[in-house]
Design a protein. Structure first.
Length: 404
């Protein structure tokens, strides 16, 4: 499942609307009443005619008792009750007309009524279960929006588009993390990859995100932000050790944009980004790569910042190793740089769409790791696409693909 994260409203009212919409969709009829009962009438007529033609040797009308059970798989409760009532009337009338002993007729009627009630009950249980799943899904979506904000995100310095695909298809959040924060010191961006998978990895990622959102606004220097992230991972690992879980580290790339033509970066064991500009895609050399977050005590070297070029009109692509370590059926790694050279003139949204589709095709839909990618471009002076910035309810201009 490749997920392209697009903008979604995240106000509380919108979340309630999403839940109500999910439940309404569960209860909505999948088949119209006219089609359902028209088909039922035709089926009944066919069975009755075959029953009459077969004589007393073979009774076919009792077979109609399975119809409510079949209908309960896709119909609403009201539709299933209507079908069950019709079947009971037809089956009971047919049994009375054909005659028999009192106990034969009574047992046949009781069996028919019981089968129809079971069909209605199965329909009610199905809808109840589907409604609970819809509510859990809505809650998971709300939680996901709190952990990872929907993209695109617009700040005073950059526009961030992105794509995100957890390896676990039944989860909306994995071990990869990202965040974009507008601060008094410019825009701070992080992309990271937590060691391992599962809920424990998500917990470590959430600890980093919480620390980043606070430190990005509080700390005047980018190294101060990274030091706060290191402390957060260390505290999380200490708590994990107390609960018997393994300690984890987090590779991360933290960037700072101040509106000038260069970008400040601190790399904590993460993959270097790619710069796409003037039809050329090239790796950005990072010469001061330090150890991942959570491993500072293993190195005596302090984390240092370095400067990256970020000219107007360029796109800076950040990603996790789920992209570079994707493999095809033969075990060949995904040739990211070769692919990017084809898409070097695309705008961020088109670039990510092409990357997601190509990864899906290359790997045959089989993912071995979470996938996250951010495509950053300097905030344009004008554009035509409007979004609602999550949590603010304000419409703001975002660069369109035409604004290259």
């Amino acid at each position: 499942m490749t997920i392209g994260l697009r903008h979604l409203s995240t106000t509380r009212g919108a979340e309630l609307t999403d839940t109500e919409a999910s439940e309404a969709a569960v209860r909505a009829p999948r088949v119209g009443n006219r089609a359902l009962f028209g088909g039922l009438a035709l089926l009944t007529a066919l069975i009755v005619l075959l029953d009459i033609g077969s004589g007393d040797d073979l009774r076919l009308v009792p077979l109609l008792v399975v119809v409510p059970a079949l209908v309960s798989v896709f119909a609403t409760i009201r539709q299933t009750v209507g079908v069950a009532s019709w079947i009971m009337a037809v089956a009971v009338t047919s049994r009375i007309v054909t005659g028999g002993t009192f106990w034969d007729i009574t047992s046949s009627v009781v069996f028919t009524v019981l089968a129809c009630f079971l069909g209605v009950g199965a329909c009610a249980l199905r809808i109840r279960h589907a409604t609970e799943i819809a509510r859990l899904r809505s809650a998971a979506v709300a939680l996901q929006r709190q952990i990872l904000r929907p993209l695109p995100i617009l700040t005073d310095q950059v526009v961030a588009h992105g794509t995100y695909a957890p390896i676990e298809e039944d989860r909306l959040v994995g071990g990869d993390i990202y965040e974009v924060v507008q601060s008094p010191y410019g825009t701070r961006v992080i992309i990271g990859d937590v060691q391992g998978k599962g809920l424990a990895a998500i917990g470590a990622g959430f600890a980093v995100l919480g620390a980043f959102r606070e430190a990005a606004i509080r700390e005047p220097s980018l190294t101060g932000v990274v030091d706060a992230l290191e402390d957060a991972v260390a505290r999380h690992n200490a708590f994990s050790a107390q609960t018997g879980e393994i300690e984890r580290f987090v590779t991360a790339l933290v960037l700072g944009f101040d509106g000038e033509g260069r970008v400040q970066a601190v790399n904590c064991g993460h993959l270097p980004p790619r710069l796409l500009h003037d039809g050329v895609a090239s790796p950005v050399p990072l010469r001061r790569t330090s150890v991942p977050l959570g491993m500072a005590e293993l190195s005596s070297d302090a984390r240092l910042t370095e400067w990256l070029d970020f000219p107007p009109g360029a796109t800076l692509l950040m990603f996790t190793d789920g992209v570079t370590e994707a493999r095809d059926a033969a075990g060949t790694f995904y040739p990211l740089d070769t692919r990017l050279s084809r898409w070097a003139r695309l705008c961020p949204r088109e670039l990510l769409d092409a990357l997601s589709a190509d990864l899906e095709e290359f790997s045959g839909g089989v993912r071995r790791d979470d996938i996250a990618a951010l495509a950053l471009r300097r905030t344009p002076s004008g554009g035509h696409e409007l979004i609602t910035t999550p949590g603010h309810g304000a419409r703001r201009t975002v660069e369109t693909c035409g604004g290259r």
